[in-house]
Design a protein around this ligand. Structure first.
Ligand code: F6P
Length: 732
């Protein structure tokens, strides 16, 4: 059995070092060139069970991917996956196995934890849920006053909330699921803010409401307070005996369920080998979702997840979607230094599984939005926030970068301080300009972001070799203007500038759950949405150059604002539909991707000690608030800031305003424009036109790169569910 020596970190391995060195190679590339290599793009498309993954817009070449596979081998990825599937206690800090795959395993499968097959236990609970949900849905289980329980409030937080909410959000517009949910409501109460309680019970009648308390530990402060609040709500209206009919629980802690006042017969168990955030396929998600949609729909969701479990376990790495996603993420985070994306609680760790501080970047920052909502908000940052320029490129000056500089006493224009040292490489390529010169490649980390990519720096022999340069303003071959600059040593603040690239995953669906088409419109509503799915990745990859803007006659002063450096990585996942099955697939892909990352980084993706510190500090504050409110005791034992805030809170409310403007004023940027959203829009127009032409006139996809053409063609081949000769409205 494999076990990595406790002092070994993955960053000490040869493949890691090799990849580190390889970064310089990749930094010389730009996605607009990589995307032209059709063979490369072909090799970066992977299909499984109806899902198409296109990762050609990642900043990788084929050899990068090969190197990542070597890293996976060195990190014993396969062995670690086997240990997970074999039920070993890989969550070593909590001494637990990690077996969410057992939650969706078919009845006849064997998945062992500590030598015991856990699948029969899983199915005992699933059968109990099926029976209970059918009784509630059919009205054979009724409330205290004999009324059918048509509404469900699921109380839970973190993993006992987000996963079920995700599935519910996706299922509620699915025609089959929607049909099964007719006349029923499912609501989630997570936040402890009393406003959330108010929002959740508004319009509900306790007589027809079933409350499901979901908590693995049955101790989580927010959940338990919310549970007590709804218990009070039920009791106040229906009397204490009503709890038995109106409250059920999902937990691993049955004694505490009983202590709370819920009949253990109405508790649905799960096990400590199910991590909170990996629990949606346990009773945590299956009970509320079955109450809303019926067990057969939820069974399809479990089947989708199970299909990916098999794929993840048995497919070679080259064709393994979760493995590829995980490796690409490691590449983005640990090698390219991008603060990339249920991963944050899992992989937001600072030490290895053996407790050694990590000397490399791990973990991701995840955020997202459905549809084009993100495009009209945070995509601006993804498109145009500064990025670290590639280490070597031809310095090309534009007027904006010269602004504010001055002529020195020699009549030379002093630009900025650039350190010439080992970081610069002189190419013996001589320009015949009447004086000795050579073209230089300059360490771009010394340069300001968004400097356009073409042009050159000339060294002259008129003064000390490295103290004077002239910069030619050139439109490729044609020299427009030459300036001389004095270069001062040493430098330089740009040296430490990393920039922020935010890798994106775009997830698109061929057939909308609710196709809509208005007769006379160029495209259906779903095509309109998908125009952006195809356009945004290209906008991010290709960007827009100064030359293009000049060609479009954009006024000079707007050019820096409308320039997009591009080269921002993304990947695209195209699914045939968003059925319960596909939702299960998606969930499992992302669950396993997190595991892959953690296995490579050598961290424990299955504990969450980081959330405990906030919890314990909150306990101290809770005590203070109680003492101050009930006994008038002054705030004590906190730092100045917290004491002031607490005192103010106990007295009145504070107001936050204008933070965004202050940030912008300090950074000297325009916080009030949003040019970043425009590029995507114009590419979407092109896609929309193509969709219209293909759908109405059968015209083939043309004028796009290989990746977009493939995705578009696949999308057009699928059944969209829309006839473009008549209006179609949602069937909900
Ligand atoms: O947020 C921390 C956490 O421990 C999660 O991992 C978990 O899903 C959540 O709290 C809720 O915990 P419980 O299900 O025990 O109430």
């Amino acid at each position: 059995m494999f076990s990595m020596p406790s002092t070994t970190l993955v960053c000490d391995t040869e493949p890691w070092k090799d990849l580190k060195g390889h970064v310089k190679e990749i930094e010389k590339t730009h996605l607009h060139d990589l995307m032209n290599d059709v063979e490369r793009c072909k090799s970066m498309m992977v299909e499984f069970d109806g899902i198409l993954l296109d990762y050609s817009r990642q900043r990788v070449r084929q050899d990068t991917v090969e190197k990542l596979f070597k890293l996976a081998e060195e990190a014993h990825l396969k062995q670690k996956m086997d240990r997970m599937y074999g039920g070993e206690r890989i969550n070593s800090t909590e001494n637990r196995s990690v077996l969410h795959i057992a939650l969706r395993a078919p009845r006849d499968k064997v998945v062992c934890s500590d030598g015991k097959n856990v699948v029969p236990d899983v199915w005992t609970v699933l059968d109990k849920i099926k029976d209970f949900s059918e009784r509630v849905r059919s009205g054979s289980w009724v409330g205290a006053t004999g009324k059918v329980l048509k509404d469900v409030v699921a109380i839970g937080i973190g993993g006992s909330f987000l996963g079920p909410l995700f599935v519910h959000t996706a299922l509620q517009t699915d025609p089959e699921a929607g049909e099964s949910a007719k006349g029923r409501q499912l609501r989630f109460l997570a936040n402890v803010d009393p406003i959330d309680v108010a929002r959740n019970i508004t319009g509900l009648n306790p007589e027809t409401t079933l409350v499901v308390v979901v908590s693995k530990t049955f101790t989580t402060a927010e959940t338990m307070l919310n549970a007590r609040t709804l218990k009070e709500w039920i009791q106040a209206s229906l009397g204490p005996q009503a709890v038995a009919k109106h409250m059920v629980a999902v937990s691993t802690n049955i004694p505490l369920v009983k202590e709370f006042g819920i009949d253990p017969a109405n508790a649905f168990a799960f096990w400590d080998w199910v991590g909170g955030r990996y629990s949606v396929c346990s009773a945590v998600g299956v009970l509320p979702l079955s109450l809303q949609y019926g067990f057969p729909i939820v069974q399809k969701f479990l089947n989708g997840a199970s299909s990916i479990d098999n794929h993840f376990y048995s497919t070679s790495f080259e064709k393994n979607i979760p493995v590829l996603l995980g490796l690409l993420s490691v590449w983005n985070v640990s090698f390219l230094g991008y603060p990339a994306r249920v991963s944050m609680e899992s992989n937001g760790k600072g030490v290895s599984i053996d407790g050694i501080p990590l000397p490399f970047e791990a973990g991701e920052i995840d955020f997202g939005e459905p549809g084009t909502n993100g495009q009209h908000s945070f995509y601006q940052l993804i498109h145009q926030v500064p990025v670290k320029p590639p280490p070597w490129f031809y310095l090309n000056m534009v007027a904006t970068e010269l602004k504010g500089q001055e002529w020195n006493e020699h009549g030379l224009w002093k630009l900025w301080e650039i350190k010439f040292g080992n970081d610069c490489v002189a190419l013996p390529e001589v320009f015949h300009l009447g004086f000795f010169s050579m073209q230089l490649l300059v360490d771009a980390s010394m340069l300001v972001p968004n400097v356009p990519m073409r042009g050159s720096v000339m060294l002259t022999n008129e003064v000390h070799l490295f103290s004077l340069v002239c910069i030619q303003f050139a439109n490729l071959s044609k020299i427009v203007m030459i300036f001389y600059f004095e270069i001062d040593l040493p430098s330089i603040s740009f040296k430490t500038f990393q920039g922020r690239v935010i890798p994106c995953d775009f997830i698109g669906i061929v057939k909308s759950q609710q196709p809509i088409y208005l007769k006379g419109e160029a495209v259906s509503n779903h095509d309109e949405l998908m125009s952006n799915f195809f356009a945004q990745p290209d906008a991010l990859a290709y960007g827009k150059t100064r030359e293009q803007l000049l060609g479009e006659k954009v006024p000079n002063h707007l050019i820096p604002h409308k320039t997009f450096s591009g080269n921002r990585p993304s990947l695209s996942l195209l699914l045939p539909s968003l059925s319960a099955y596909n939702i299960g697939q998606l969930l499992a892909i992302y669950e396993h991707r997190i595991a892959v990352e953690g296995f490579i980084w050598g961290i424990n993706s299955f504990d969450q000690w980081g959330v405990e510190l906030g919890k314990s500090l909150a306990t101290q504050v809770r005590k203070q608030l109680n003492l101050s409110r009930t006994k008038g005791e002054p705030v004590m034992g906190f730092n100045f800031s917290t004491s002031t805030l607490l005192t103010r809170y106990l007295e009145l409310l504070a107001i936050y305003e204008h933070r965004i403007a202050v940030e912008g004023f300090i950074w000297g940027i325009n916080s009030f424009d949003q040019w970043g959203v425009e590029l995507g829009k114009s590419l979407a127009t092109q896609v929309r036109k193509q969709l219209n032409l293909s759908r109405t006139k059968g015209e083939p996809v043309m004028g796009f790169n290989f990746s977009t053409s493939t995705l578009l063609t696949r999308y057009l081949e699928g059944d969209s569910g829309v006839q473009s000769d008549s209006t179609m409205l949602p069937k909900m």
